[in-house]
Ligand binder design. Structure first.
Ligand code: DX5
Ligand code: ZN
Length: 219
């Protein structure tokens, strides 16, 4: 099954519960939360407090993307706040195997994120331990950027890696996903699709969600 995960980064925070209702009505599968600290990426968003609010608003699984330094210090806080999936950046974490274990021992699903310039092969020795491999399809930090095209080749490489290593991780894509590009990304083999601006900046948020969901669900 293909999974659509709207990113609340582009949502109207003056009415977050209404915004989440609208994507639920459109058929969203997960809610993606982008946590930024102004150090790992040049932007600041929110912490566990908002994730906890999202958890009270929705029953959908919460996918927390940590774009912060030393994410290992905050994993428990995000899981206590209701995170079901936590992804940490390959480029930031030195003891990746330990952090992945830490996430799983605390009861959440664990994922690794790679930036557009990080070779997919870098994660070869961790993929058998993860639930999710998030391939950034823009440089992390901001919503509304343009999809980087060689990401399609990188999805193929991740598929190959999954096969060769006999692993089961889901392949997630994040950045620049809209109704024009999503079909080719889906055909390339991605399983989970994060979309921010193309959903929350649309005139009709539910309809935009439903449109993306229909495209990925149809063969
Ligand atoms: C970027 C974030 C994304 C962002 C995607 O650093 O990780 O999740 O919200 O936004 P769009 O879909 O607008 O590119
Ligand atoms: Zn993200």
């Amino acid at each position: 099954m293909k999974i659509l995960a709207p990113s609340i980064l582009s949502a109207d925070f003056t009415n977050l519960s209404q915004q989440i209702r609208l994507v639920e009505m459109g058929g969203a599968d997960w809610i993606h939360c982008d946590v930024m600290d102004g150090h790992f990426v040049p932007n600041i968003t929110f912490g566990p407090f908002i994730v906890e609010a999202v958890n009270r608003i929705t029953n959908l699984p919460i996918d927390v993307h940590l774009m912060i330094e030393k994410p290992e210090l905050y994993i428990k806080d995000f899981i206590d706040a209701g995170a079901d999936y936590i992804t940490v950046h390959f480029e930031e974490v030195i003891h990746l195997n330990r952090v992945i274990n830490q996430i799983r021992e605390l009861g959440a699903n664990a994922g690794v994120v790679i930036n557009p310039s990080t070779p997919v092969s870098s994660v070869r020795d961790i993929v058998e331990y993860i639930d999710l491999l998030l391939i950034m399809t823009v440089n992390p930090g901001f919503g509304g950027q343009k999809f980087i095209h060689n990401s399609l080749r990188r999805i193929h490489e991740a598929l190959e890696l999954r096969e060769k290593s006999n692993s089961r991780f889901l392949i997630e894509v994040d950045g620049g996903i809209n109704n024009k590009i999503i079909k080719s990304v889906s055909d390339a083999g991605a399983d989970v699709f994060v979309a921010g601006a193309s959903i929350f900046k649309a005139e009709n948020i539910s309809a935009a969600t439903a449109e993306l969901k229909n495209i990925i669900s149809s063969k």
